[in-house]
Design a protein around this ligand. Structure first.
Ligand code: HXC
Length: 257
């Protein structure tokens, strides 16, 4: 069935997912989560897609988990439903995902952006973990990913006060990779995604895996994993082609094998 909370498009080798609940500032309800994860999983399985962009509207990437949906839930409800656990599936995809963030990225919205592999932000973007104002705490990885992204001092500040961070601070802190004029944000993210999608898909997946090891393991483990992943690229046609193309002074023609 057609999704009702998101728009899904293909732009050549790039898959674009646009959060589309404008009246609720793209608040993340269960239906939206299911639709985003399904669309991204389908793109991930498609060899014709080499990168994914997730975006929202100019006013809001997403203003958090849907408070109206959550408000009546009990402890038993959230435990038995493993509430919002399916968002973790996004972090297991091999295809790189770029968040193109304009406007509010709050609570679950900030967490969704951080679940993506990198964040490109418009000048009007605002990041925050305001859960504390609702008597709860981040629940889609925010306390973990924000701390790894910006360090303990700033993460504690954000999570305990619930304040919003503007883009200059977010860029200085390393939360976002690029800041661009608001109206150029999606275009810039799509261009970056197209560049990623033009490379060897197998090398891209290994590179993403290698960088993620830095988040998930110790330095010694990460360096060991990187070495093995690097060696494995020499079993691919794309390593042969990529290096031959350089030596022959031509563009590589990757077969993604
Ligand atoms: C449900 C939301 C919403 C949300 C906004 N809306 N955020 N509905 N859940 N998170 C709705 C409003 O109720 C309103 O609908 C409409 O969107 C427009 O919002 P306004 O508040 O009128 O807009 P504005 O005055 O411009 O303020 C924007 C805002 C504010 C500062 C972003 O909406 C806001 O503070 N939102 C909540 C942010 C938040 O606390 N997020 C964290 C959620 S907890 P109506 O129908 O009234 O017009 C979370 C937990 C994650 O994310 C972990 C889960 C496991």
């Amino acid at each position: 069935s057609e999704p009702t909370t998101i728009l899904v498009e293909r732009r050549d080798r790039v898959g674009l997912i646009t959060l589309n609940r404008p009246k609720a500032l793209n608040a993340l309800n269960s239906e939206l989560m299911t639709e985003v994860v399904a669309a991204a999983t389908e793109f991930d399985a498609d060899p014709g897609i080499g990168a994914i962009v997730i975006t929202g509207s100019e006013k809001a990437f997403a203003a958090g988990a849907d408070i109206k949906e959550m408000s009546s839930k009990t402890y038993a409800d959230v435990v038995s439903q493993q509430f919002f656990g399916a968002w973790d599936d996004l972090s297991r995809l091999r295809t790189p995902i770029i968040a193109a963030v304009t406007g509010y990225a709050l609570g679950g919205g900030c967490e969704l952006a951080m679940l993506c592999d990198t964040i490109i932000a418009g000048e009007n973007a605002r990041f925050g973990q305001p859960e504390i104002n609702l008597g709860v705490i981040p629940g889609i990885g925010g306390s973990q990913r924000l701390t790894r992204a910006v360090g303990k001092a700033k993460a504690m500040d954000m999570v305990l006060t619930g304040r919003q961070m503007k883009v200059d601070e977010a860029e200085r802190a390393g939360l976002v990779s690029r800041v661009v004029p608001t109206e150029k944000c999606l275009e810039t993210a799509l261009e970056a995604a197209a560049v990623i999608a033009s490379k060897s898909a197998i090398a891209t997946a290994l590179a993403k895996d290698a960088v993620n090891r830095a988040f998930e393991s110790s330095l010694v483990e990460g360096v060991r994993a990187e070495r093995a992943l690097f060696y494995s690229t020499f079993a691919t046609d794309d390593q042969t082609e990529g290096m031959a193309a350089f030596v022959e002074k031509r563009e590589p023609n990757f077969t993604h094998r």
